[in-house]
Design a protein around this ligand. Sequence first.
Ligand code: PEP
Length: 253
Amino acid sequence: MSRRPFICGNWKMHTGRREAVELAREVAGGLDSVRDVDVAVAPPHPWLVEVARALEGGSVRVSAQNCHNEEKGAFTGEVSTAMLKEAGCSYVIVGHSERRAQFGEDDIFVGRKVRSVLAAGLSPILCVGETLEEREAGRTVDVVERQVKGGLADVDQVKLPTVTIAYEPVWAIGTGKTATPGQAQEVHLAIRDLLRSIGGNDAAGAMRIQYGGSVKADNAANLLSQPDVDGALVGGASLAAESFIAIVRAAAG
Ligand code: PEP
């Protein structure tokens, strides 16, 4: 089954208000002629509304970088999926390794968030990936499988095709060390097999698996040429319109 590539730029805790809107406009302007790729940008929460407004009417979508699973209540500093929807988001990144490592998010919490994103009618980008220590101990597939199972626990099967998995080896994020296309494909294939056992052939064939971890304009085409690499979650290189656009163009083939 052929899947439409999906590239998402994760701006993390970068950009000021004006910079965010300008970057979004530049990205949208540079992708005018690009078809057949889904594209999203994930600005910091305070800029979501303005970025969404700047992108209105075009094909570039907005993603949030995080959410809480509860609908409302005494959760100081948190943001619900309904709020993110109203702000103009189509996607929410869930379980990024920075959140797992620095904010103690476990598979159970991540799974709750995935279900909340889906309940709001948005599409989750579920991040999974092993640390260097786990890779060196030969535990990559075990770790990633545990994270995928936890993230997809109790998800309505009908909604599975709207979930994107982002395989992001922790040792490759922000380090300049990219997985080789072969290393990425090996894990993506293991994830695809697991998705088949969770949701059946159709869901597994439809679900996109992005690679993330130091994706740049000059390595994107090789990574994206792998049969089970369906797109990219891009951090650093998404902060400059030129490099992000080049990555999207590589996905367009
Ligand atoms: C990320 O944070 O999801 C990421 C992949 O970052 P970078 O591209 O900078 O490695």
